[in-house]
Ligand binder design. Structure first.
Ligand code: COA
Length: 507
């Protein structure tokens, strides 16, 4: 056995359990439920899922696939295309899988990321037949050291009937020591989660597992697939500036200092642009308490703007992987990776007083947000952690471009076509047009501010007409119910939400 393997696989008994991915896949049978490691393309089990896709060529079978969040290496795509998934939860972000979900060829449970572990622990979800978990090392005592994400691996290892470990020799060995694994225990019997600062450590560096359950160790040697983050464009940079202006107002009002408060930023190009915007800001000694640590977080660490970052995964572009991984050791005192149950835990989020920044597909004039369903029915990716954070943060900020599809869609509509975050959970809405601080406002005040500050000029008159007609009917939250979805219907029927050209733009 070569020395790299014995350095990373330090438990002698487990060294005898090395098998091929194909052999491990042969243990998986039709109808089983699998708990896979993986969170936003990072730390996913790679070889056994690929071998399962191959196995589908020998005959049809279906499994339930639970993960932390989305998978990389095209695994979601290939599993969906091979037709081997019966049910998938809690999050995905792949276009082929999205199509299969919307064509009703596979079931998808779109779930708050912090809820999955509770549901596995309390046995609400199907029992897990196999946990398939990527590790960067296994200690002498048999503790499993996760790689670039922790996700739901801790609870999958605890509750699964059998375990397969993918020991990935390509992942940086310096990841060992960067995790803080904490298992809260059963509801009703647990203690408070004693995390009182972003850089606190309350657990162990490895995950515990009953060694008897480990059926095989598969050796792998591929890095995670890189993130596909789009660099900031003019609109996302403008949004970042509006958001930074809002934060400056908070400082002027004495509610924040230059250090702000721990930041959470969601996936997507806007969230990444906002973090980039902080690079040139006057804010300092920042802290990040988020799920996904993207490229921008490392730029902020390198520039000294961020002093500490806590996450659940490290998801980087190809270029960033090449610069960050060889010097990962240097970040050891500035980084920690936690299970998603802890990174997204309401108790911790409320205690630390986070500023959370997530992306909406659409918002309505009263502040309800749809993050998941295109035109009300078609799944995009899923709610992910946005609800965990929005509901419990000090400041729940949602960002979205004011229009999509070249202006044919207004992202501000009379009534959202699907609700992920209610008007009660949305504090600030930001578009490239400006921001609306909704805190403490009554519904009609919110509507006026959103129309004025956030709507694209193309749709302002149309919305003002809707709002005035609604106001005339009265009510706490006025609507013209028979027209509330007329913008979506118009888009479906005519290809645009614009019902007539605004007078201000007529020649
Ligand atoms: N109606 C229909 N489509 C819309 C739309 C709307 N109101 N608003 C945007 N879109 C389309 C865009 O045109 C784009 O389409 P394309 O892929 O065909 O180009 C797509 O949605 C993505 O929009 P984009 O502006 O590029 O935003 P993004 O990459 O930042 O993603 C979300 C936005 C909402 C899809 C993404 O942030 C998400 O899935 N969020 C939910 C999960 C979450 O918030 N997690 C955070 C914690 S992990």
């Amino acid at each position: 056995m070569n020395s790299r393997i014995t350095e990373q696989l330090r438990n002698m008994e487990l060294q005898k359990k090395i098998v091929s991915a194909a052999e491990a896949a042969s243990w998986i049978e039709d109808g089983m439920t699998l708990g896979l490691s993986g969170f936003t393309r990072a730390g996913d089990a790679k070889a056994v899922p690929m071998a399962l896709v191959d196995k589908a060529k020998d005959g049809p079978f279906k499994v339930n696939v639970y993960t932390g969040a989305s998978l990389g290496s095209d695994i979601d795509k290939l599993m969906a295309e091979a037709g081997i998934i019966h049910k998938r939860l809690p999050f995905q972000a792949d276009s082929s899988m999205r199509r299969k979900i919307n064509e009703q060829e596979l079931l998808f449970t779109d779930q708050h990321l912090s809820h999955v572990a509770e549901m596995v622990r309390s046995e609400v979800l199907n029992p897990i037949d196999f946990a398939i978990i990527e590790a960067v090392a296994i200690t002498e005592e048999g503790e499993i050291i996760p790689s670039t994400s922790v996700g739901n691996s801790t609870i999958f290892l605890e509750k699964a009937n059998s375990v397969i470990i993918e020991l990935n020799l390509a992942q940086p060995a310096a990841l060992e020591g960067m995790h803080d694994i904490y298992e809260p225990g059963e509801q009703g019997k647990r203690l408070p989660i004693a995390l009182t600062s972003v850089d606190g450590h309350i657990g162990s560096t490895g995950m515990k597992v009953d060694l008897e359950k480990i059926k095989g160790i598969v050796l792998t040697n591929d890095l995670d697939s890189p993130s596909t983050i789009v660099p900031p464009d003019e609109d996302t940079a403008t949004m970042a500036n509006h958001l930074i202006e809002f934060l400056r107002e908070e400082i002027r009002a004495g509610r924040l200092t230059n250090q702000l408060a721990p930041l959470q930023s969601g996936i997507g190009s806007v969230a990444n642009a906002v973090l980039h915007g902080l690079l040139d800001s006057e804010f300092e000694e920042l802290e990040v308490y988020s799920e996904v640590l993207q490229d921008a977080v490392f730029d902020l660490l390198d520039s000294g703007k961020v002093r500490f970052a806590s996450g659940c995964s490290i998801t980087l572009s190809q270029e960033k992987m090449q610069t960050v991984f060889p010097k990962l050791d240097q970040y050891k005192d500035q980084l920690v990776l936690r299970p998603q149950e802890i990174s997204n835990h309401p108790e911790v989020i409320r205690r630390l007083g986070l500023i959370s920044i997530n992306t909406a597909l659409e918002a309505d004039i009263y502040g309800n947000v749809n993050s998941t369903h295109v035109c009300g029915t078609k799944m995009m990716n899923g709610i992910g952690g946005s609800g965990d954070f929005a509901r419990n943060s000090r400041l729940a900020i949602f960002v979205t471009k004011s229009v999509a599809k070249n202006g044919d869609i207004s992202s501000i509509v009379p009534f959202v076509s699907h609700v992920d975050h209610t008007e009660h959970d949305v504090d600030v809405l930001v578009t490239e047009q400006g921001y609306a601080d909704l805190r403490g406002l009554a519904p009609v005040e919110r509507a006026r501010l959103i129309i004025e500050n956030c709507m694209h000029p193309l749709y302002k008159e149309q919305m003002t007409a809707y709002f005035e007609e609604a106001l005339a009917r009265g009510g706490q939250t006025p609507h013209v119910l028979e027209k509330a979805f007329s913008w979506h219907l118009s888009y479906a029927e005519t290809g645009t939400m614009l019902q007539s050209e605004p007078a201000s733009l007529r020649k």
